[in-house]
Design a protein around this ligand. Structure first.
Ligand SMILES: CCCCC/C=C\C/C=C\CCC/C=C/C(=O)SCCNC(=O)CCNC(=O)[C@H](O)C(C)(C)COP(=O)(O)OP(=O)(O)OC[C@H]1O[C@@H](n2cnc3c(N)ncnc32)[C@H](O)[C@@H]1OP(=O)(O)O
Length: 300
């Protein structure tokens, strides 16, 4: 029986829609899904659960860059809740169906030119995503098959294990400072837990985006593999972690993460107010607009 200290996190996001029901393999046209597979999808995310291994694969499919919009975050949370409540599911691999990008982080459009109410709703959704993933009873592995700045990096950091594809073009890190914004304390805490205080301090202050070998060297990713080996490796890692008794692994995970999680939950409302006040400032709005301009110019 799975044990969770955080099975129902307080302040749960109320979904604005719900994903399709699980698609039973038996109802699929022949050859589409193996018999032991169930699947569901929405506009942003595809989930396939292999009931024989108990491992689900979640693929982000929101082109061009899987940015974390309010809609994306809502669908993400609904999908996580569905998997968490499914006794057949014990492990989760998170990856991208969009070429070259895992996730470009929070959707900057959600933080520009909107009302204070919108910022509060958006930030609550960001928190919700982190709480659900960080407190998950499932074994979670990020199979990072593309660039993963800021919020994309946070998703990876929130998993139990990170495997990244070796590619000289891919980057990963918490680059918020480069945008003139600040990674909040729970982004920072999650990062520090992975790489240690000194590395995190330097990386956060400089808003560094690390190459794959560098990310591996500093412990931001646990393993680096060629693209064609990624899924196989992720499946092997989940199987290794699932070989342990669930209750022992889950309680250990809760114990290791409790302080960071409790800190965040205790300051959740204050964190929302801080975000709203910070992001509403004219100077911050200007910084974000300039950054978006820069992204667009880079293309031309
Ligand atoms: C003490 C007081 C403290 C108070 C603190 C309180 C609260 C904290 C306050 C704020 C915290 C905010 C935390 C923010 C976290 C974030 O995640 S911010 C997002 C950061 N993300 C980035 O910097 C990534 C930017 N994107 C890229 O670098 C690249 O797009 C790429 C991901 C490497 C992919 O490159 P490429 O394949 O070349 O694609 P393009 O650059 O051409 O992009 C395609 C289109 O997508 C648009 N886009 C890219 N990223 C985003 C994004 N994050 N949001 C929205 N839109 C994005 C890009 O503009 C292109 O659009 P067009 O096709 O030109 O229309």
């Amino acid at each position: 029986m799975p044990v969770s200290l955080y099975a129902s996190p307080p302040g749960v996001l109320f979904p604005r829609g719900s994903p399709q029901e699980w698609g039973q393999a038996a109802r699929q046209p022949p050859g589409l899904l193996p018999a032991q597979c169930r699947a569901f999808s929405n506009n942003k995310i595809l989930v396939e659960l292999d009931t024989s291994s108990g491992v689900a694969t979640m693929k982000f499919k929101s082109p061009p860059v899987n940015s974390l919009s309010l809609d994306f975050l809502t669908e993400f949370c609904i999908s996580l809740e569905k998997l968490e409540n499914d006794r057949a599911c014990r492990g989760l691999i998170i990856t991208s169906a969009v070429p070259r990008v895992f996730s470009s982080g929070l959707d900057i459009n959600e933080m520009c030119g909107k009302s204070r109410e919108h910022y509060a709703e958006f930030w609550r959704a960001v928190q919700e995503m982190w709480i659900r993933l960080y407190s998950s009873n499932m074994v979670t592995v990020a199979a990072i098959n593309g660039s993963s700045p800021a919020g994309g990096c946070l998703i990876a950091l929130t998993c139990d294990y990170r495997i990244m594809v070796e590619n000289p073009k891919y980057i990963i890190g918490l680059n918020e400072a480069q945008l003139g914004i600040v990674a909040p304390f729970w982004f920072k805490d999650t990062f520090v837990k992975a790489v240690g205080h000194r590395v995190a301090e330097r990386s956060l202050q400089l808003g560094l985006l690390h190459s794959v070998p560098e990310a591996h060297r500093i412990g931001l990713v646990d393993e680096v593999v060629p693209e064609e080996k990624l899924q196989e490796k992720a499946a092997a890692v989940v199987a290794q972690w699932l070989a342990l008794p669930d209750h022992a692994r889950q309680l250990t995970k809760s114990m290791m993460r409790k302080a960071v999680l409790d800190h965040m939950l205790a300051h959740r409302e204050e964190d929302i107010q801080n975000f709203v006040n910070f992001i509403s400032k004219d100077s911050i709005q200007k910084s974000l607009s300039m950054y978006m301009e820069m992204l667009k110019k880079k293309k031309s």
